[in-house]
Design a protein around this ligand. Structure first.
Ligand code: 4NP
Length: 159
């Protein structure tokens, strides 16, 4: 059985494509491709069709991860397709829940719940800040993605 993960931020050009590509990197390293699949989306429509932000791609590259993808907007149909929907911050979380039927609310979680080395509640929006903010997003996401992988390796989510 495959656990289908969807990472969601605001624009789908910084945080959620980083989460998706970091997760794919770990899936390959840990040979989990038959057990986990992932995608990403944004709650907003501003950047539909755009490639990941270049500042974010540079920060990911500093940790050996290449960012691929094209932004798309989150839709209510995603509740049917995915087992676990991971919001980067509380604002993304409430925007996602606003579209959820009661039966799907349990699928939505904050990404930082899976961090084991950081106590942050949210992955901060790096868009209007400097390079250090982008590096910090990658650091947090690696922590959360490793926690997610460990959990899935132990007990698949969505079964
Ligand atoms: P993301 O970052 O939600 O991590 O993709 C942002 C991207 C664009 C904007 C804000 C945050 N924006 O205001 O255009």
């Amino acid at each position: 059985m495959t656990t289908r993960l969807l990472f969601v931020c605001l624009g789908n050009i910084c945080r959620s494509p980083s989460a998706e590509n970091i997760m794919n990197h770990l899936i390959e390293q840990r040979q989990l491709s038959d057990r986990v699949s992932c995608d990403s989306a944004g709650t907003a429509s501003y950047h539909i069709g755009s490639a990941p932000d270049q500042r974010m791609a540079a920060a990911a590259m500093r940790q050996g991860v290449t960012l691929k993808g094209q932004a798309r907007q989150f839709t209510a149909a995603d509740f049917e397709t995915f087992d676990l929907i991971l919001a980067m911050d509380r604002s993304n979380y409430s925007d996602i829940l606003a579209l959820a039927a009661d039966e799907h609310r349990h699928k939505v979680k904050l990404m930082c719940e899976f961090c084991r080395h950081h106590s942050e509640a949210e992955v901060p929006d790096p868009y209007y800040g400097g390079e250090a903010g982008f590096d910090y997003v990658i650091e947090l996401l690696i922590d959360a993605c490793e926690g997610l992988c460990d959990q899935i390796e132990g007990a698949p989510i969505g079964t």
